[in-house]
Design a binder for this molecule. Structure first.
Ligand SMILES: [Zn+2]
Length: 261
């Protein structure tokens, strides 16, 4: 399938999934109906499904309008969040397998940003994962409904996917995330190289997605709690900080919440 990022609202991404042979399409995270339906029309597609990663308004705000415009459209989401995902028709548990536009997908429950957050993994297409507001390029989501330990566990479920898996996340936060990553690991060559690449893309108004799982392991501080340089930076600033991985992770999250780099 073909994957097309759709910039929505201020800095959200929805993603059109297209089967080029049949012109069938699905959309991951329909923040708003207008631009999604316009793109579907412009490309001559038949929109068959919405996949919602989590219940926040900037990810499901268009569900009701699309359901009204296309009666019978499938709307997939987390069973744990069923009451909070508008117009949901298919309730998915952790590890649930499903099929959209002829592609095989698997839901992965990754709570912490919200308690029912799902990622959607497509093993035969890329492979690709849609990580919503849990794993961002060089960052992770805020902990609105979970603990640092829970977020670590959720990110761990994505980190074990094949290294080449393309990561399509919910927001364009990459440039600022990398400034933060660079502050913690000033000599990490992968972070330095990616910063240059990402700044160039943004200057040209281009999306920085997709990343890959391998790239995230090399550049994302939230997957790098064991990095010696990152630990040195933190312990030089906070000498009393515990060296336990969860404590390191919690500190990184707290610093990121307040980072104005
Ligand atoms: Zn969110």
């Amino acid at each position: 399938m073909e994957i097309v990022p759709l910039p929505l609202l201020a800095d959200n991404y929805g993603y059109l999934l297209i089967d080029p042979a049949t012109r069938r399409a699905a959309v991951v995270d329909c923040s708003e109906a207008g631009p999604v339906l316009a793109e579907v029309e412009r490309r001559g597609l038949r929109l068959e499904a919405i996949l919602s990663t989590h219940h926040h308004y900037d990810h499901v705000g268009g569900n009701e309008d699309v359901a009204r415009a296309i009666p019978g459209i499938r709307i997939l989401g987390s069973r744990a969040d069923a009451a909070r995902i508008p117009a949901i028709t298919e309730l998915l548990d952790d590890d649930a397998e499903f099929e959209v536009i002829g592609s095989r997908g698997r839901a992965i429950l990754i709570p912490a940003h919200t308690s029912g957050h799902l990622a959607y993994f497509f093993p035969d297409d890329g492979p690709s994962v849609f990580s919503g507001d849990t794993l961002f390029a060089a960052g992770c989501g805020r902990l609105f409904e979970g603990s640092p330990a829970q977020m670590m566990q959720s990110l761990g479920k994505l980190a074990v996917l094949p290294e080449a898996t393309q990561v399509w996340c919910g927001h364009e936060y990459t440039e600022q995330n990398l400034r933060f990553a660079h502050d913690l690991e000033p000599t990490n060559p992968d972070i330095i190289a990616k910063r240059t690449r990402v700044e160039m893309l943004r200057q040209n108004g281009r999306p920085t997605v997709p990343s890959t799982i391998g790239e995230e392991k090399r550049t994302n501080p939230f997957l790098r709690c064991e990095s010696a340089e990152l630990r040195r930076t933190l312990l030089s600033r906070f000498p009393d900080l515990s060296t336990d991985s969860t404590a390191i992770f919690a500190k990184i999250r707290e610093l990121k919440d307040n980072f104005r780099g």
